[in-house]
Design a protein around this ligand. Structure first.
Ligand code: PLP
Length: 450
């Protein structure tokens, strides 16, 4: 990419290197290499400033569920921008878009989760959830219930609280985290930790870690258990079927609230509207973002079930929390158009039906590759574990995942590496022919990596 690039690209790269602090990047190394400049996108394809057409196997950052270039979303945003570009929802006001969005969301969320607090990002949604749940327990006369139990390798965002809920250890030391009142338990990673146990036996074994941790801390001190239905950024960990029912039972037994972080799993990603539907979870609260607008506008929400929602609603005092952009009219208008497209094009049904089946068939076909130890997937989420030895599951020592990701990038496919696990999460709008193309490129990258 650095060899023969246009003056225009070089100019953008230079400006970027001088002034743009990139998220999750080694700043100096990226500045030296030059960031790839993405200029436009259509369908499942990105285009860079050098004219390459790149197939996006990650739907951006697991978010562009309806695909790029949907004019319905652009036009809805434009109309709202002209009519009401901004007004706050603090001073006893609302707007038509946000009012309708709550009603439309309540139709697709699990039963009972029908009140929504709006924010701008997944991190803010999870941060807000912690404040809501602390307030809830305080209203119940149990303010000491303030410990949040989440999982190792979980990703819940980057604000101080969301990063404390997160269990990816690299996220903690630079900011002196986690904050007090956060605890992390093992996660249901059967391929890496299951040993001789069969998956369902392992699922129960890992779920019981929640009970152990509750007993260690004391149920009277625990506010909630927080988890993604399928762990995404922590390596795409798909739980065995036995896992979630046991977790749900433990939460009931000890009167611990259950928060489902649906930031990745929501809006069709696992083949149903929410991961909670796929795994039969009945959460007390839920975070959503990403697929809520397919990334076309920043928007997130915390959904509240009756227990927490009614308590907040009837607290009889002002609730002291909210963002300038909570209930933003333009983001809400785009979210409405996004729901229209998901429903009109039956993208959720297709992710759980023909598109998902075609995706999973291709994904599991890669299991025969000499460096692939396991493939796992649900809906339009897929992981490919790279190993040195398929039989013993011995891992590669170096950054083989990074190497594979770079081979993909050079061949105009975006596939993400999480350690030595390759991850796919394409737009739900992807066609079968585009999936065929994606997996041809993926196999080529695996061959080049082996
Ligand atoms: N929760 C989950 C499960 C996520 O995957 C992410 C982001 O990837 C977040 C929360 C944080 O969302 P944001 O980056 O919008 O703050």
């Amino acid at each position: 990419q650095t060899a023969q690039i246009s003056n225009q690209t070089r100019r953008w790269q230079e400006m970027d290197a001088r002034h743009h602090v990139h998220p999750f990047s080694d700043q100096a190394a990226l500045a030296k290499k030059g960031a790839r400049v993405i200029t436009h996108a259509e369908g499942v394809y990105l285009y860079d400033s050098e004219g390459h057409k790149i197939i996006d196997g990650m739907a951006g950052l697991w978010c562009v569920n309806v695909g790029y270039g949907r004019s319905e979303l652009a036009e809805a945003g434009y109309k709202a921008l002209k009519e009401l570009p901004y007004y706050n929802t603090f001073f006893q006001t609302t707007n038509p878009y946000t009012a309708e969005l709550g009603e439309r969301l309540a139709e697709v969320t699990p039963d009972g989760l029908d009140r929504f607090f709006f924010a701008n990002s997944g991190s803010e949604a999870n941060d807000s959830m912690v404040k809501i749940i602390r307030y809830y327990w305080s209203l119940q006369g149990k303010p000491e219930k303030k410990v949040f139990i989440s999982r190792k390798q979980a990703y819940h965002g980057v604000t101080m609280t969301a990063a404390s809920l997160s269990g990816i250890s690299a996220m903690h030391p630079q900011a002196g985290l986690p904050l007090p009142n956060h605890a992390h338990i093992d996660f249901p990673y059967w391929y890496g930790m299951g040993g001789d146990m069969d998956p369902n036996e392992f699922g129960v074994h890992i779920a019981m870690k929640l009970e152990e941790k509750i007993l260690e801390i004391g149920a009277e001190n625990v506010a909630a258990f927080v988890a993604e239905p399928v762990q995404g950024a922590g390596g795409l960990i798909i739980p065995p079927d036995s896992y979630w029912p046991v977790i749900q039972e433990i939460c009931h037994k000890y009167d611990i609230l259950l928060h489902a972080d649906e930031v990745i799993c929501g809006f069709g990603r696992t083949g149903n509207w929410f991961g909670s539907h796929t795994y039969g979870i009945v959460p007390d609260t839920m975070a959503m973002a990403k697929g809520m607008t397919s990334g076309y506008q920043p928007l997130s929400a915390v959904a509240l079930g009756p227990r927490v929602g009614d308590a907040l609603h009837n607290s009889g005092e002002e609730w002291s929390h909210g963002f300038t952009y909570s209930g933003h009219p333009v983001a809400s208008a785009v979210a409405l158009a996004n729901l229209d497209v998901l429903q009109k094009d039956k993208l959720v049904e297709k992710a759980g039906g023909e598109t998902g089946e075609h995706f999973l068939k291709h994904l599991h076909a890669l299991a025969d590759h000499p460096i692939v130890g396991e493939t796992r997937g649900v809906g339009l989420l897929g992981a490919i574990e790279l190993v040195k030895d398929k039989k013993t599951r011995e891992r590669f020592e170096g950054d083989t995942g990074g190497l594979c990701r770079d081979h993909c990038f050079e061949n105009d496919l975006i596939m993400r590496a999480i350690g030595n696990t390759m991850v796919l999460s394409p737009p739900l709008s992807i066609t079968k022919a585009e999936l065929d193309e994606l997996f041809t490129l993926a196999r080529k990258a695996l061959d080049a990596t082996a």
